[in-house]
Design a protein around this ligand. Structure first.
Ligand code: ADP
Ligand code: MG
Length: 234
């Protein structure tokens, strides 16, 4: 923590695939010290929004702002360097590298290169005992922890997570929830795109419901999740 923490913002984002409208004017703030969740049915545009924020999809119009700076056309690795880290829905660890080496890659790509931060990330995710273990052949839950540690090793200000609980059992989900809440308490801005409404209810400070490329409801989970119609329920 420490220092002024920036906010990541989407302003009037529109995105298209060959004329199909995937984002139809999305405004979103991802403030520091907060867990923001995006929910909504398949095809709502959640992943497209995520990709626009991470730099892996270019919106047709609108802006992505970070700390007041227009980063709409910045490359993904530039955003990582600025302090916007992400994980991948399809796990993206390097199988032939060890757990510690995978985490060190994250430190080198991040906002600051600090071996102490990489070490802290390993410990936060309970991976100390697996330092020298090759990432190949680790179970999904462990790989998700490696991936999260890799994202955290560069001391990000913003952490973007697409379905972080996919493939985790309930014990692992509880542990993940604890880690993400600790990061928010430390000032990190978190965005979680998630199918699992029980996870969102226990995790998020603010929930945004997306349908057909728009945010149609926003608020604390106890208020928003109770009002979901069958169309919005995932
Ligand atoms: P979600 O993550 O909420 O399921 P997506 O952002 O993945 O939604 O998709 C939004 C819409 O855009 C869907 O109708 C999907 O079929 C379409 N879409 C997503 N990616 C592509 C693509 N690469 N090419 C064409 N259409 C796409
Ligand atoms: Mg998706």
């Amino acid at each position: 923590a420490g220092g002024r923490m920036p906010t990541l913002k989407a302003r009037h984002l529109h995105a298209h695939y060959n004329g199909f409208t995937a984002l139809d004017g999305v405004d979103l703030d991802i403030p520091p010290g907060t867990i923001t969740a995006i929910i909504g049915p398949n095809g709502a545009g959640k992943s497209t929004l995520f990709h626009c924020l991470a730099g892996t999809h270019h919106p047709t119009s609108g802006q992505v702002l970070y700390d007041g700076q227009d980063i709409t056309h910045r490359a993904p690795h530039t955003r990582t360097r600025l302090g916007i880290a992400r994980t991948f829905q399809q796990l993206a660890v390097f199988p032939t590298l060890t757990v510690a080496e995978n985490v060190r890659v994250g430190a080198e790509q991040g906002r600051v290169t600090d071996p102490a931060a990489a070490e802290q990330a390993l410990r936060l995710l309970g991976l100390e005992g697996l330092r020298t273990h090759p990432a190949a052949n680790l179970p999904t839950g462990t790989l998700r922890r490696v991936e999260l540690a890799r994202a955290l090793a560069g001391s990000p200000r913003v952490l973007l997570l697409d379905e972080p609980a996919a493939g985790l059992d309930s014990t692992e989900v509880t542990a993940l929830t604890r880690v993400l809440k600790a990061l928010a308490a430390d000032g990190t801005a978190l965005l979680v795109v998630e199918h699992d409404l029980d996870l969102v209810a226990g995790l998020a400070d603010v929930v945004h419901v997306m349908t057909a490329g728009r945010i149609v409801a926003s608020g604390p989970p106890d208020r928003v999740l109770d009002t979901l119609g069958p169309q919005e329920a995932v």
